[in-house]
Every structure is written in C-alpha cells, then in structure tokens.
Write a protein of this length. Structure first.
Length: 185
C-alpha cells in the first residue's frame, strides 16, 4: 500500500506561483519548491517529474482559469467574443503579474509548446474571421489586448495603468461597432 501524499498537486502549484511572484521564473526550482512545501525533492518529483512538467502544470492551470473566465461565447459573434476576452483578461490579470507572464514566455521556447500556442491563436482568428466592419473591429481590439499583455510582460505597467488601457480598448471597440449598426435599429 502506497503512502498518502502529504501535499497535493494543487498546493504545489499554489506554492510554485508564490515562488514565481516573489522571485521570478528563475526562483522556481524543484529544490525551492520542495523547501517551500516542506517535503523532499522526490516528493515534488512524484507530482511533477521535472521543472518542465511543473511549468506545464502552471501554464495549464492558468489556461484553464482563463478559459473558464472566457466562457463559451457564440462563434458567430466576434465582437461579443472580444468583449468577453477583454473581461477575462482583466480578471485574469489580477492573478497573474509580469513575472508569471515572463515564465509563460519562457515556456514558449519549446517548439511543441509554441506550436500549441500558434494553434490556439489560429482558432481565435478563425472566430474573428470575416470582412465586415464588426469582424475587423474585433480583430483590432483583440490585437490591442494582446499587445497590452506583451507590454505588461516587459514591465511597462508598473503604475497599474493596465486596466485604464483595457478601458480604452473597450471604448474604441464600442464606438467602432456602434458606427456599423444601420440607422433606425
């Protein structure tokens, strides 16, 4: 009969997030996580075979959280999708700071992870396809939000202007889509 784990996989991920928040991606090691959890390195490796597996666990967790925030907007509504994307981005940024986002970027150094990310973006742009003004406005707003995310990774948002800039994207999206509605509707 095997031993009962003294710490859960989710608790290890919680502690890993704290290590990244306090010290950045370089602070996240199997040894540091074992010390933070009060267990052996082998105990950590029982849950995560390697640092890559641990980082993958963090990325999967963040992705799942973001997807839950995003929900399942109708595929035929690109503007609604981007509005929900902005709301999910705003909510998820409360949990993810620039240090965690930098860890996400390092994750993309693996070609398989990069391909998975490219496929995800292709899916998003598939939802935002179309030649009409609303689809164009949705694509531009999406690109603006992604640009803000990259700026945040690079530490440009130390004063917390991030949410104000998201507000600007929402206002511009609203104005662009309001201009596309025929008069009398």
């Amino acid at each position: 009969m095997g031993r009962t784990p003294t710490i859960s996989r989710d608790r290890l991920l919680d502690l890993a997030e704290e290590l990244v928040r306090s010290g950045g991606g370089a602070a996240l090691t199997i040894g540091a996580l074992a010390q933070a959890a009060g267990i052996s390195k082998g105990g950590v490796q029982y849950a995560f075979a390697s640092k890559d597996a641990l980082v993958r666990g963090l990325i999967d967790r963040w992705t799942d959280q973001f997807e839950r925030l995003l929900g399942d907007p109708p595929a035929e509504d690109p503007v609604g999708f981007v509005r929900r994307y902005i709301a999910a981005t705003r909510a998820s940024q409360q949990a993810m700071n620039a240090k965690m986002a930098a860890l996400l970027v390092s994750y993309l150094e693996d070609p398989a992870n990069l391909q998975e990310t490219r496929d995800w973006y292709r899916g998003v742009f598939g939802r935002l396809s179309g030649s009409g003004p609303e689809a164009r406005a949705a694509r531009v707003a999406f690109l603006a939000v992604e640009g803000l995310f990259l700026m945040r990774i690079n530490g440009i948002d130390e004063e917390g202007a991030w949410t104000d800039l998201l507000d600007d994207v929402e206002v511009v999206l609203q104005r662009l889509t309001a201009m596309t509605v025929p008069k009398g509707q």
